[in-house]
Design a protein around this ligand. Structure first.
Ligand code: ZN
Length: 153
């Protein structure tokens, strides 16, 4: 288990140090949404561009702790090229991951109800659930994206 935790920490640090999808998009056609986590001071400005119901492009600016920035970076890569419905499903899955407590973990340490394979690198954030204060950090980008999709709908 500690090897896995090391790997997860490495993935998070890699995304924090080299964030993907940094930048801005022209509005319109993109939508701009801002998110703020006052508990930690994390900020994100997200640009989402849809094309025929597909997330054609995602860019973001922001700053904050390693968890918030790594989560945003991973999210951008995970949702690009996906349909709005698929992205909403990813948001649901991620929120599930953030609410899985250890009591619901199976013997092998995998969350019982969450399909981690569907999350790819985002599974690296599952350790965050042990630190309730950080859940809002990890969820910031996803809540902001969810808001953006609502505005585009
Ligand atoms: Zn934070």
């Amino acid at each position: 288990m500690s090897n896995l935790e090391d790997l997860y920490r490495e993935i998070i640090l890699d995304h924090y140090r080299s964030p993907r999808n940094r930048g801005e998009l022209a509005v319109p056609p993109a939508t701009r949404v801002e998110g703020f986590n006052p508990l930690c001071g994390d900020e994100i400005t997200l640009y989402v561009e849809l094309e025929d119901g597909i997330v054609a492009n995602v860019k973001m600016m922001g700053h904050g702790c390693s968890i918030s920035q790594a989560s945003a970076s991973m999210m951008g890569s995970a949702v690009k090229g996906k349909s709005v419905e698929q992205v909403r499903e990813q948001i649901r899955t991620f929120k599930q991951l953030m609410t899985v407590h250890e009591s619901t973990l199976e013997h092998d340490g995998e969350p019982a109800k969450v399909d981690l394979r569907a999350l790819g690198e985002l599974a690296a954030l599952q350790g965050v659930v042990k630190f309730p204060v950080r859940i809002k950090c990890a969820a910031l980008a996803w809540n902001t994206l969810s808001q953006g999709l609502d505005e585009l709908a």
